[in-house]
Design a protein around this ligand. Structure first.
Ligand code: F0G
Length: 364
């Protein structure tokens, strides 16, 4: 850096416009890799760390993709940004679209998006359409809009999104090595559209090709789905080349209530070639894992807790060994879905405004 030049234009606080190919930033990434000593003990693995993507600016990993995707859209000068979403993508697109000063349209499955996410999209001034259908129907619509040239698509089918999300892989390797002196054996993550799975695989493949990561050090990519929305797990279990769309899906983990993981062609080889696997967990196991993380001080939304629930299931089955060093990815913040959090926690106890009444309840 040279001497201070007062004639230089001031930085614009991340509000880069159309001419700036570097993206629109809030800024995102650099999320914590937490120790979880009690869960590590209970699950019986050598090391367990939690990479909490809920600590991004809008509370989910989507921000990493949106900084690149919306930046590219601004650079080429599109008129309208659009996405289908189970909630988090819409929140991130609304915020980054607002930052870039672009019109934003989001299509949500009616009644199936958690309150915090709708609140974000609304306040960041996205046009919100509630579709009488599920997420997959919404994505069909947005793809059609994009095909007709009516909108620029920012779902994870957009390759710029995945380029941004690769940074999760880079950060995990860096942070884990700095603390542990090696790389994790396995990364466990929730799967919806399998965008993150595809992005991590691309990240590691490129590192191997560049000679920066020995092939044998690539972590085993291990996907987790809710039992009520598990087409990706079905494909892995059947050794199938493609994923069959589930027309009916249901889970309290609404973020991953998805019947057709559109990035499966990129993600299935990632799971297989890294020696990973995929597993389904029921909603009760997801809620239990959400509470377990909360007891370690880490607040996540249900879909995120699926990673811990999946690890527990794979330990029970003996698929994950006791000597493994594991990173679980938690993808979204607890406040995204306040209703699920309230339901998973203990009920508040009513009490009069009287200290004796309080002491009677809590014990002296
Ligand atoms: N976890 C959370 C919290 C999510 O919001 C999503 C996807 C996933 C996991 C799955 O990630 O698609 O890369 O496999 N949410 C999208 C949305 C679909 O619209 O917010 P994936």
């Amino acid at each position: 850096t040279g001497p201070l030049d007062l004639d230089e234009p001031a930085g614009d606080g991340g509000r880069q416009g159309a001419a700036d190919p570097c993206g629109v930033s809030l800024p995102e990434g650099d999320t914590p890799l937490y120790e979880v000593p009690r869960l590590e003990d209970e699950l019986g693995v050598d090391r367990l760390r939690v990479k909490h993507e809920g600590m991004n600016p809008t509370g989910s990993f989507k921000d990493r993709g949106m900084t690149v995707g919306v930046g590219a859209a601004a650079a080429v000068g599109v008129d309208r940004l659009a996405c289908a979403s189970t909630g988090n993508t819409s929140a991130a697109l609304a915020a980054y679209g607002a930052r870039a000063g672009l019109e934003t349209l989001v299509l949500l499955p009616a009644g199936k998006v958690a309150a915090g996410k709708v609140a974000q999209a609304a306040l960041h001034d996205a046009r919100i359409l509630e579709v009488d259908g599920n997420f997959d129907d919404c994505l069909d619509l947005v793809q059609e809009l994009a095909n007709r040239g009516e909108a620029y698509l920012l779902n994870s089918l957009n390759p710029f999104r995945l380029e941004g999300q690769k940074t999760i892989g880079l950060e995990i390797l860096e942070q884990f090595r700095d603390e542990e002196g090696g790389f994790p054996d396995r990364i466990v993550l929730p799967v919806g559209n399998a965008g993150n799975t595809a992005a991590l695989y691309k990240c590691f493949r490129e590192l191997v090709q560049a000679g920066a990561l020995p092939r044998e050090d690539v972590p085993k990519l291990t996907g987790v789905q809710a039992a009520g929305a598990a087409p990706f797990v079905e494909a892995i279990e059947n050794g199938a080349e493609t994923v069959e769309r589930w027309e009916t899906v249901e889970t309290l983990a609404t973020a991953i209530r998805i019947g057709e993981p559109v990035n499966a062609p990129k993600a299935l080889p990632g799971v297989r070639e890294t020696g990973g696997t995929a597993v389904a967990v029921d909603d009760a196991a997801i809620t239990e894992a959400q509470r377990d993380l909360a007891r370690e001080g880490i607040g996540v939304e249900p879909a995120s807790a699926a990673s811990i629930a999946g690890l527990r299931e794979l330990r029970d089955r003996g698929v994950v060994d006791a000597d493994e060093r594991v990173v679980c990815l938690t993808t979204g913040h607890l406040l995204k879905d306040p209703d699920a959090a309230t339901a998973a926690g203990d009920d508040p106890e009513p009490v009069g405004a009287d200290v004796d009444a309080v002491l009677e309840l809590v014990g002296e």
